[in-house]
Design a protein around this ligand. Structure first.
Ligand code: 13P
Ligand code: SF4
Length: 339
């Protein structure tokens, strides 16, 4: 019942790309030729964000994938995001530049162990973070993202016990914010788990009064110092609309590219990791995608995501529940890159 990612037989390889071609122009040409849409997460390399039709957080991108009338969805993000696109838009060809782009949260939560966890708590409703495999989604009641989780929990009767997987930091933050008792799966995002509270306090000392914006995948030692906690999209909205001109950013560092584009006069300082440097807030899974691999995925129409009907329909139910229970989309559309 697993998702299958197919490489194409006789596929063009990176070594075979003609060095004389203008990759940017070729990708644009293929986009029109194949009626494709390119979706990119804020954690992608700046050139992938800049060539995408839409750049967004997990919820924005799920909505864009569900709504598109393109024939092909090219997902510059990680595998679980491309799987969601395929589950919501089964008739489209869905490709991802690098099929090895996984996620530490997904890895922490194998489907078999997850169904045993569920079986131990038969009275609990299972809210599952979208950062998980299609098979784990299939065993869940409602999928959430960091931008809609609080809103969805508030619609669940107060006496209903909740299981939350796989991110224990996001789950812990949600439990504190909503006052709900929640049984948490013990997974973490390796990027948000590595920020250092001690180094953050030192950095704040050098920048007195500078607000800290943090993603709820960060551990509590970071969240306690945050002036704003929210999804990537909400952090972006916070820094662009705030009257402050300098911010410390505790999330994957490539979102700073989008902040600089949307608020060019402001300063964004990456939160430090354990060694005091800021270089470790770089997701190694997101980093697997590149402009070359994006081009190849469009030429080869591979690696493509394929999901059996049985698994797709099971995973679709909790995703549809998420879309039904989410707040209405923000008035302004997700970022649309210029042609
Ligand atoms: P959001 O963009 O939904 O905040 O998710 C962050 C993330 O870690 C995606 O992998
Ligand atoms: Fe997974 Fe963390 Fe990378 Fe997001 S940033 S894809 S949660 S490892």
């Amino acid at each position: 019942m697993e998702t299958v990612v197919f490489p194409a037989p006789n596929a063009l390889t990176e070594a075979q790309i003609d060095p004389k071609i203008d990759l940017w122009a070729e990708i644009k040409r293929l986009k029109h030729e194949k009626n494709a849409i390119i979706l990119a997460h804020y954690y992608q390399d700046p050139e992938l964000q800049d060539i995408a039709d839409y750049v967004g957080d997990s919820l924005d991108l799920s909505r864009a994938a569900a709504a598109t009338d393109a024939d092909m969805i090219v997902f510059c993000g990680v595998r679980f995001m491309a799987e969601v696109a395929k589950i919501l838009s089964p008739d489209k060809t869905v490709v991802i530049p690098d099929a090895d782009a996984g996620c530490s949260l997904e890895d922490s939560c194998p489907p078999k162990e997850f169904s045993e966890f569920r079986a131990k708590h038969p009275d609990h409703i299972s809210l599952t973070y979208i950062n998980c495999s299609a098979a784990v989604k299939a065993h869940s009641d409602i999928i959430v993202t960091s931008s809609n989780a609080k809103y969805i929990i508030d619609q669940i009767p107060a006496d209903q016990p909740i299981l939350f997987a796989p991110d224990r930091h996001l789950g812990g933050w949600l439990a504190r914010e909503t006052g709900r008792q929640m049984v948490l799966w013990d997974g973490v995002c390796i990027v948000h788990d590595q920020f250092s509270e001690r180094e953050l306090i030192k950095l704040k000392g050098h920048h007195p009064g500078t607000p800290v914006a943090a993603h709820p995948e960060c551990h509590d030692g970071i969240l306690q110092h945050a002036d704003h906690v929210g999804s990537t999209r909400s952090i972006l909205d916070y820094v662009t609309t705030s009257s402050e001109s300098e911010f410390i950013i505790a999330t994957e560092m490539h979102i700073i590219h989008q902040m600089q584009k949307q608020a060019p006069g402001k300063t964004f300082i990456p939160a430090p990791g354990n060694d005091g440097s800021c270089n470790c807030a770089n997701c190694p899974f997101m980093a697997l995608n590149s402009l070359e691999k994006l081009y190849l995925s469009m030429v080869n129409e591979a690696p493509g995501i394929y999901i059996s009907d049985e698994l797709r329909l099971q995973a679709l139910k909790p995703l549809q529940k998420m879309l039904e229970m989410s707040p209405p989309p923000a008035k302004k559309p997700v970022t649309q890159a210029a042609e």
